[in-house]
Design a protein around this ligand. Structure first.
Ligand code: AMP
Length: 279
């Protein structure tokens, strides 16, 4: 069975004990409902450290009032077994009351980046992410923390925050893990009906086509417009954005530059899906 700790003090003690024994330690924050994409983060952690700890915390502060906090899938026992099998040796699973006790009043906000892209449709979301990740990293004191490129904007914000606040953990991004048809794995894919799941693949397909066009020297605006048409034709209810951006600053680009990235978010049925691709 995977050992589980439930307080920041217990997490710090366990991580410090590993470090005293001479180990390099990695930390993988998640919200649970684990799939192969999360487990790839554990694998990445094991490449860069001797010991990997993961956390599962469904963070209320990053959900909007109309979002899926209550129905977010939860399976701690199943997740713990998957983590153990992947080589993770410790799980941090604090309660909401432990993370945010009465009187909690401190927030972390990275300037500018959180208002772009997903931030426009999800006000406050990235402040919730920055706040919880700063707490998790402060308690874990890991040498390395691994995050997925699936949430590229989140990764950019966390990199900025960790650098700005001298959190002393190296932030590592891990490649997106996809299903056999190309759809990025996500805990939220569980919400899709079979029909929605089949049509959802139009999002990664549109990204891949736009990427091809741009790499071949095609103009940006028509490539993005064609991608949006493809996504709409597949029956996506709404496209929040489909943009070419600077991978670090997340600002829109009119031409491909080094580090350029295609970023997309669209709603299938009632499920908001995100994806991105390096150009
Ligand atoms: P979540 O549980 O959705 O908050 O995700 C926890 C971590 O897993 C984040 O760093 C995500 O970017 C990462 N992640 C989620 N899905 C994938 C995926 N398909 N491929 C790679 N990383 C992922």
């Amino acid at each position: 069975m995977l050992p589980i700790v439930r307080t920041p003090q217990a997490l710090t003690e366990a991580m410090e004990a590993w470090k005293r024994a001479g180990h390099r330690v990695a930390f993988v924050p998640t919200m649970g409902a684990l799939h192969a994409g999360h487990l790839a983060l554990v694998t990445e952690g094991l490449k860069r450290a001797d010991k990997v700890a993961a956390s599962i915390f469904v963070n209320p502060k990053q959900f909007g009032p109309t979002e899926d906090l209550d129905r977010y899938p939860r399976d701690e026992a199943g997740d713990a077994e998957k983590l153990r099998a992947a080589g993770c040796e410790l799980l941090y699973a604090p309660s909401v009351a432990t993370m945010y006790p009465p009187g909690f009043a401190s927030y972390v906000r990275v300037a500018a980046l959180p208002d772009l892209l997903c931030g426009a449709a999800r006000p406050g979301h990235f402040d919730g992410v920055a706040t919880v990740v700063s707490k998790l990293l402060a308690a874990a004191r890991a040498d390395v923390a691994v995050f997925g490129e699936k949430d590229w904007q989140q990764l950019a914000i966390i990199r900025r925050m960790v650098a700005d606040l001298d959190l002393g953990t190296q932030v590592v991004g891990a490649a997106i893990v996809r299903d056999s048809d190309g759809l990025a794995l996500s805990s939220r894919n569980l919400y899709l009906t079979a029909d929605e799941r089949a049509r959802a693949v139009a999002l990664p397909e549109a990204l891949a086509r736009a990427c091809q066009t741009l790499r071949a020297g095609g103009d940006v605006a028509p490539a993005l417009a064609a991608a949006e048409r493809g996504i709409a034709a597949a029956g996506y209810a709404r496209i929040d954005y489909f943009e070419l951006v600077d991978g670090e600053r997340l600002t829109p680009l009119r031409a491909v530059t080094p580090g350029a990235r295609l970023m997309a978010a669209a709603v299938m049925g009632s499920t908001r899906l995100i994806d991105n691709l390096a150009v």
